[in-house]
Design a binder for this molecule. Structure first.
Ligand SMILES: *Cc1c(COP(=O)(O)O)cnc(C)c1O
Length: 399
């Protein structure tokens, strides 16, 4: 964000990455969204903001997160594998990088009340955390199904003083929670800031969240020479729900053509099973939650209810940056099934002593699907830890 080492990812003044993005919002939200569009870059680039943001990332979140050489995993796949340890962030995932930035932004906009949507509950927890930190009122919308399968995170949010509101429509997962959050914002446009949890939503959110998460690849740039002896990785891999950890991990490498960018999207029971969240593999261009991107939809444009075992990847859309990177061929997006992800959970647990989040495990399943040279440096974004998924793991493994 503040370093001069990267070339900015280009969006046009209306927030489009190529043909994807924009700000498709109801009349009632124009003022809020325009306010954000006008001021977000000035605030992000403000020296006081940067000082506060960097201080909290260091002393509250615990950054920089390590770039860890996973030797046993490397041996198994006959290449050099490095894990970017976002699982070690306070609250257990990368999500807090964004919520710290957005709460500081909300304060500067004079907002008093924070709303958010959450799937796995990680963004809800990250939002509840920064609201407690700043003494702000917080309300989190969460699908009823997700509330049931992510009980520990629901308890965490409540501990932190946040109100968790169940979304009861549709598949009662992330998409529906997002609809409810947008509805709330429509009714409370003056005093409320909506902290979106990924690189989705109307412009400027995709760019705002990508910039806040770009700290991931910014640190990697510094860590690469020390840890790997080379300036750039050969491959960067991440999982994609809305796409924020992947955007953060890719950010400073997007304009470096020698770096292969590969992302995993959740295929659920299989791309052709009808029970999937493989947005880019199956998706067609359409508009959801304020921006144009790839969506899984029927021939007449109805959104298909997504499915993944992983609540954080269970979303029918994907951030417009990723639609653009896929459409232009800059990054590859490969589907990974529930079973393949579960296999990677066990593999990482047993080979490295790290229990990953179910979302992150999708990225590790790419190791089976891609080929690497023995001297390649393969950096994988380990987006979160698996504590929240233990119930699912125990059920699956019958322990
Ligand atoms: C939320 C979450 C994801 C998916 O969200 P992105 O915006 O695609 O990063 C991935 N991993 C973890 C651990 C999460 O909590």
């Amino acid at each position: 964000m503040t370093k001069n080492t990267f070339k900015e990812i280009k969006i046009d003044e209306r927030g489009f990455y190529g043909e994807f993005g924009g700000a498709y919002v109801p009349e009632m939200l124009h003022r809020n969204v325009e306010e954000l569009q006008k001021c977000y870059l000035d605030i992000l680039n403000d020296a006081e903001f940067q000082k506060e943001f960097r201080d909290l990332l260091k002393n509250y979140v615990g950054r920089a997160t390590p770039l860890y050489h996973a030797k046993r995993l490397s041996e198994k796949y006959n290449t050099r594998i490095f894990l970017k340890r976002e699982d070690l962030c306070h609250t257990g995932a990368h999500k807090v990088n964004n919520t710290i930035g957005q709460i500081l932004l909300a304060k500067r906009l004079g907002k008093k009340r924070i709303i958010a949507e959450t799937g796995a509950g990680q963004h809800g927890v990250a939002t509840a955390t920064v609201c407690a930190l700043m003494g702000m009122e917080c309300l989190v919308y969460m699908g009823e199904v997700d509330i049931a399968r992510q009980a520990p995170n629901v308890a965490r949010m409540k501990m932190l003083g946040t109100k968790v509101v169940p979304a009861l429509s549709g598949s009662r997962t992330l998409k529906d929670a997002t609809n409810e959050a947008i509805r709330d914002w429509l009714s409370n446009p003056e005093d409320t800031h909506y902290i979106i949890g990924s690189v989705v939503g109307p412009h400027p959110y995709p760019d705002l969240v990508a910039r806040l998460q770009s700290v991931i690849s910014e640190e990697m740039l510094e860590q690469m020479p020390i840890q790997t002896g080379q300036k750039l990785p050969d491959v960067v891999m991440a999982c994609v729900g809305g796409g924020s950890n992947a955007a953060g991990a890719f950010y400073h490498f997007i304009n470096e053509p020698s770096v292969r960018l590969i992302a995993a999207e959740a295929a659920g029971l299989g791309v052709n099973s009808g029970e999937t969240a493989a947005t880019i593999t199956l998706g067609k261009s359409g508009i959801l939650h304020g921006s144009k991107s790839f969506l899984i939809q029927t021939d007449d444009g109805q959104i298909v209810e997504p499915y993944s075992i992983s609540a954080g990847l269970d979303y029918p859309g994907v951030g417009p940056l990723h639609a653009h990177l896929a459409a232009t061929g800059r990054a590859d997006y490969l589907p990974v099934t529930d079973d393949e992800a579960m296999k990677s959970v066990i593999e990482l647990s047993r080979l490295e002593g790290i229990i990953p989040a179910l979302e992150s495990a999708h990225a590790f399943a790419l190791l089976e699907k891609c080929t690497f040279k023995p001297d390649d440096v393969v950096a994988i974004c380990l987006s979160g830890r698996g504590d929240k998924d233990l119930q699912t793991y125990m059920k699956h493994l019958e322990i």
